[in-house]
Design a protein around this ligand. Structure first.
Ligand SMILES: Nc1nc2c(ncn2[C@@H]2O[C@H](COP(=O)(O)OP(=O)(O)O)[C@@H](O)[C@H]2O)c(=O)[nH]1
Ligand SMILES: [Mg+2]
Length: 160
């Protein structure tokens, strides 16, 4: 995958954004959530392209207030929740993993509700932003502006 991305970006001048999708059900089980966050981070570090993380199937989440804390995973939350359900012998491992996640602080999720157009637009804008899509578009030059229909209408209006 890394090689494919490299060829596409270097030889064909494509700009690629990686989209890591984690289903919202993963928030119900801290173990699964933990696995999702670490696997996202591992993927990001491996592929080395601009990357966004999306929490999908948000339409299935009933208690929307509860999920905010899972969008930006912080060490406190991960430690507390994992110690509740996991055996203490994994404590040191969890601590080490949480430290890696925290030190890099690169994993945060963008919620996606597929039934909500604004939500889709929000995810797309993040993807665009990650690859700076549209940023090198030239603003319209004045002479180009004069050729547009709006400008002609404006001139007619001015003459009246
Ligand atoms: N409610 C809801 N269901 C979805 C959504 N995306 C996929 N599904 C359903 O979830 C099931 C599994 O699909 P998906 O997770 O996308 O694929 P899989 O993980 O490869 O099996 C299918 O029945 C989809 O129709 C979503 O955003 N909201
Ligand atoms: Mg699935």
């Amino acid at each position: 995958m890394k090689q494919i991305c490299y060829i596409l970006t270097s030889s064909y001048d494509y700009r690629i954004v990686g989209v890591y999708c984690l289903e919202s059900q993963f928030m119900e089980d801290i173990g699964k959530y933990f696995a999702g966050v670490t696997s996202s981070m591992a993927t990001m570090c491996n592929i080395e392209i601009p990357f966004i993380n999306v929490m999908t199937k948000m339409d299935l989440v009933e208690n929307k207030g509860e999920v905010e804390k899972y969008m930006d995973p912080d060490s406190q939350l991960l430690m507390e929740e994992s110690s509740k359900v996991m055996s203490s012998k994994f404590m040191e491992l969890n601590k080490a993993l949480v430290r890696v996640i925290d030190d890099n602080s690169i994993v945060s999720f963008i919620p996606l509700n597929i039934r909500d157009e604004d939500s889709i637009g929000y995810v797309v804008s993040h993807a665009d932003n990650a690859i700076q899509y549209g940023e090198d578009e030239e603003p319209k030059e004045p002479q180009e502006l004069e050729e547009t229909e709006e400008y002609e209408e404006y001139e007619e209006y001015e003459q009246d």
